[in-house]
Design a binder for this molecule. Structure first.
Ligand code: T6T
Length: 328
């Protein structure tokens, strides 16, 4: 065999691993994935279960340093910066707590070579194809406008399409709860007999929600219904209704199927609980990161995960009860 041929053969042998499709690269070559929730609450704790289960199923290391102590960019950003500074993360899955203020810190993460997947909340306008922000790989979350509409139509129906309603919201700038408020207002506007008397922001604090709601219950003695847009908003609204002795007289629609919300459903304080699917969001985000790592290029830029609407009629149906946020 001529020297030249021998050389070519040697080069080819050495080069094969470099040009072979990604999937045949050694299996222990796995990404390191960071996970950063919005705050400590049962919704994100269930999401964490999904993230960890997928991590185990794919055999990838999940790094979740901590839950932010409270909701806000000033709390989430330093945790994110510390995750980026580690230098070993390939992906970060997170719920950005403000759709504008978290853009710059996440752009820095991307500049450091980390890929981003947003779960639950989004950046910019959530359109990662044609919107102002397109660097995240995907946005996996509920259709929150639709969620707000479900609550609005449910209250209108329960009040016979006539009456005064009020919204307990969290923080301005949070993509999810803003859209729930928007969807609710849109639905209520479809009923000439319905009137929105106000929407307050409780900064994701149940005690603040309770105090604000109590003030409205005093100011609006004819109030017929309240929409609590998330765990702490609904918890506070429910507490205020109970404290005012108005259980059953004022309808409460609660977003997020916590144990507390289900208890309030069973004791008649809450009329309906809208359950999201945080486990699905967490699991799919890890699966998308794994797929991207293995060279998949058709990862959907947006996935909506749907709802389970829980009332006293179906709360004991296992097909529905499985969506109650069970936190270990
Ligand atoms: O409602 C969820 C989540 O979807 C929202 O973005 C923030 O609040 C929760 O975590 C519940 O407290």
């Amino acid at each position: 065999m001529s020297k030249k041929l021998l050389m070519v053969a040697l080069v080819l042998l050495l080069a094969v691993p470099l040009v072979a499709p990604v999937s045949v690269i050694a299996q222990d070559d796995k990404p390191v994935i960071g996970f950063l929730p919005g705050v400590l609450d049962p919704f994100y704790q269930v999401m964490e279960l999904g993230v960890n289960q997928a991590g185990a199923d794919f055999g990838v290391e999940i790094i979740m340093p901590q839950y932010p102590a409270s909701w806000g960019p000033a709390v989430q950003t330093p945790i994110l910066d510390a995750m980026v500074a580690r230098g070993d993360l390939d992906y970060i899955i997170l719920a950005p707590v403000d759709k504008e203020q978290m853009i710059a810190p996440l752009q820095s993460a991307v500049d450091a070579g980390i890929k981003i997947i947003t779960v639950d909340t989004f950046l910019g306008d959530g359109d990662y194809v044609n919107g102002p922000i397109t660097f995240p790989l995907s946005y996996i979350g509920s259709d929150n406008v639709e969620g707000g509409r479900i609550a609005g139509h449910a209250l209108a129906e329960r009040l016979g399409e006539t009456g005064k309603v009020y919204v307990q919201n969290t923080n301005i700038g949070v993509s999810t709860t803003e859209q729930r408020g928007q969807g609710f207002i849109e639905a209520i506007a479809e009923y000439p007999g319905m009137e929105m008397v106000g929407m307050d922001y409780n900064l994701d604090d149940a005690a603040t929600s309770a105090a604000q709601t109590s003030a409205v219950l005093q100011r609006e003695p004819e109030l017929g219904g309240i929409f609590g847009v998330n765990v702490f908003s609904a918890e506070g609204a429910g507490t205020a209704v109970v404290n005012a002795g108005l259980q059953g007289a004022v309808e409460v629609i609660a977003f997020d199927a916590t144990q507390f919300a289900i208890e309030k459903l069973r004791d008649g304080t809450v009329s309906m609980v809208i359950a999201q699917k945080p486990y699905d969001m967490g699991y799919m985000a890890v699966a998308f990161a794994m797929a991207d790592w293995r060279g998949v290029t058709s990862i959907p830029k947006h996935v909506t995960t749907g709802y389970a609407v829980i009332t006293m009629d179906n709360v004991d149906d296992p097909e529905i009860a499985r969506f109650i946020y069970q936190v270990p």
